[in-house]
Design a protein around this ligand. Structure first.
Ligand code: PEP
Ligand code: MG
Length: 591
């Protein structure tokens, strides 16, 4: 039966495909596709695990027999029989084989997928005895997983160190013929990054806000996504047909043929529109009154430089380096590995400037994959040890990053951007460490280059003390995602307060406007690199407030450029001031 689930629209477009549910069960396993020629080996691996578990259980049974204690533990003995039976269960074995052969899931993923399918059937059973067998099935599956992998691994296969070439377990085209859409309770930014190399045509998560990092990575992948869809991962079944409408934030499950046809049409229209926009790639971003606008790219990995160039970006305005640090089970990239990554980004941009932001982990970007939810590991992760606070707490780690950036600066133009500064003392410490990193390289005789230094303005305290920042930095970059979060006290990752996350709240607009005005008055560069920069609904206002540099995901650049080409900044200035003075700025935005 067809039904609809509503969430937040975070990445535009329509995706139609079969659901792949990534179970948010307590059993965390790797999810990746195996190559077609590895299918047989994967089934063998599974078979070995099953036989191993059978042996384990039979040994326990034998020891009960030896002790003559079978009679003393009739329940245990019966339970072991049930487990042995479940291990041979046709629905489990054939189902798991199906996921491996038809979908090319790795064995662990196939096993947990089938567990989910059967568990749902158990849940619907009237008979309480049978319902309870679900727990036995879970135990059996857990035993098999342990047998296969030793220790349970996190949701996605670990990202390999950059220089190891094609890793085992990388997601690649499994040559499945139906499009697949991923449905999960939650996906950490590191998982999303892993899925970036995958075949999924769209994403839906139960949790997350519009500017949560999971949503940001989905947007960077330029595929339709809906987050904050509450219980989607429970309501949708494995293999259901699903339409994801990333423009409306709606997920249609088991759609009728008429709806399928309608959305198929919309999907093709979107492709035509993209094709039309792509013709603007080489058109300079100049307004009707001749103002040149700088359109820069936000990237998460050095390899994203290709997409940036393809979209016509004139540089990278934000390289979120934390993605090099995440999902590595605590093993951070050393100076060499970072240098290699920054070098690839610089080379990838072919002489255009690259703005490298120092690591910004913490809050909804945990180092490892388990997403940290408020109230679980930390009381208030967004207000805790993240970004520059994290870096200053570990100077050796920070110095390694700074040295790697300075060395890469010998290869091309680099701007060094520091996130989340709020205090003069943080500025002083940061600048002292940059000097120290340079001195360390000099002492070792290692070549390094000059960098322009920039500060992110993303904490209200910083936006209210701009002269301090202008004294110490060459340029400013406004992180509207965090600036909105911290100004309005709204957790950007929490879908429960997503309706209060308001980019045009007068307080936010004043902080943005003042930052732009003060930087311009001093002749210093200022850009916006938060999601606001890539929102075509905000382009006119930002231009009217004097912004001339925008940094966004490559996928948004052409749409924003199209908007810019239609604008006359002379006419927008007065209007922007009226929006700024309004009690309800949103009401004027459509004027
Ligand atoms: C921001 O806060 O606007 C920003 C660009 O940084 P991030 O989204 O990575 O926190
Ligand atoms: Mg930020």
């Amino acid at each position: 039966m067809s039904f609809t689930v509503h969430g937040l629209a975070v990445s535009r477009g329509i995706a139609i495909g079969r659901a792949v549910i990534v179970a948010s069960s307590r059993i965390d396993v790797a999810h990746y596709f195996v190559k077609p020629d590895q299918v047989e080996a994967e089934i063998q691996r599974l078979r070995r695990a099953r036989n191993g578990v059978v042996e384990e259980i039979e040994k326990v049974q034998a020891s009960l027999d030896e002790l003559g204690s079978q009679d003393a533990h009739p329940e245990l003995s019966a339970l072991l029989d049930v487990h042995l039976m479940l291990l041979q269960d046709e629905q489990l074995t054939s189902g798991v084989k199906h996921w491996i052969t038809e979908r090319h899931y790795n064995a662990e993923w196939a096993l947990t997928t089938q567990l989910e399918v059967i568990a749902r059937q158990f849940d619907e059973m009237e008979d309480p005895y049978l319902r309870e067998r679900k727990a036995d099935l879970e135990q059996v599956v857990e035993r098999m997983l342990r047998m296969m992998r030793g220790v349970a691994s996190p949701v996605a296969a670990p990202l390999p160190p950059a220089d190891e070439g094609e890793p085992n377990g990388t997601l690649f085209d499994p040559s499945v013929d139906v499009p697949l859409v991923l449905i999960a309770h939650d996906l950490s930014p590191a998982d999303m990054l892993q899925f970036k190399q995958s075949v999924f045509a769209g994403f839906v998560t139960d949790v997350g806000g519009k500017t949560s990092h999971t949503a940001i990575v989905a947007r960077s992948m330029d595929i339709p996504a809906v987050v904050g869809a509450r219980s989607a991962s429970h309501l949708i079944n494995q293999d259901d047909w699903v339409i994801i409408d990333g423009d409306a934030g709606v997920v249609i499950v088991d759609p009728s043929p008429i709806l399928m046809a309608e959305y198929g049409f919309k999907q093709r229209q979107g492709e035509v529109e993209r094709e039309r926009l792509s013709r603007l790639k080489n058109t300079p971003a100049v307004t009707l009154d001749g103002q040149k606008i700088e359109l820069l790219a936000n990237i998460e990995q050095p390899e994203d430089a290709a997409a940036a160039l393809k979209a016509g970006a004139v540089g990278v305005g934000l390289f979120r380096t934390e993605f090099l640090f995440m999902g590595r089970n605590g093993k951070l990239p050393d100076e060499e590995e970072q240098y290699a990554a920054y070098r690839r980004a610089v080379e990838g941009m072919q002489g255009l400037p690259v703005t490298i932001r120092t690591v910004d982990v913490g809050a909804d970007k945990p180092l490892d994959r388990t997403p940290v939810r408020a109230g679980e590991d930390h009381l208030n992760p967004a207000l805790g040890l993240r970004a520059i606070r994290w870096s200053l707490a570990d100077p050796a780690m920070f110095l390694a990053q700074l040295r790697a950036v300075l060395r890469a600066a010998a290869l091309g133009p680099i701007n060094l951007l520091v996130p989340m500064l709020a205090h003069a003392s943080e500025i002083r410490q940061t600048l002292a460490l940059v000097d120290k990193a340079r001195a360390q390289l000099d002492a070792l005789g290692v070549v390094h280059g000059p960098v322009r230094l920039g500060a992110m303005i993303e904490v209200p305290a910083a936006a209210l003390t701009i002269p301090l920042f202008l004294r110490h930095f060459d340029f400013l970059s406004i992180g509207t995602n965090d600036l909105i979060q911290y100004t309005l006290a709204i957790d950007r990752a929490d879908e429960a307060v997503a309706h209060l996350y308001d980019p045009v709240h007068p307080a936010v607009l004043h902080l943005v406007a003042n930052t732009i005005a003060q930087a311009r008055a001093q002749g210093k560069g200022v850009s916006v690199c938060g999601e606001m920069a890539g929102d075509v609904g905000m382009t006119r206002l930002l231009l009217g407030l004097g912004l001339r540099s925008f940094s966004m995901h490559p996928s948004q650049i052409l749409a924003v450029k199209q908007q810019i080409l239609r604008c006359d900044t002379g006419k927008l200035t007065a209007w922007a001031q009226s929006v700024l003075a309004a009690e309800d700025p949103a009401a004027l935005m459509a004027d």
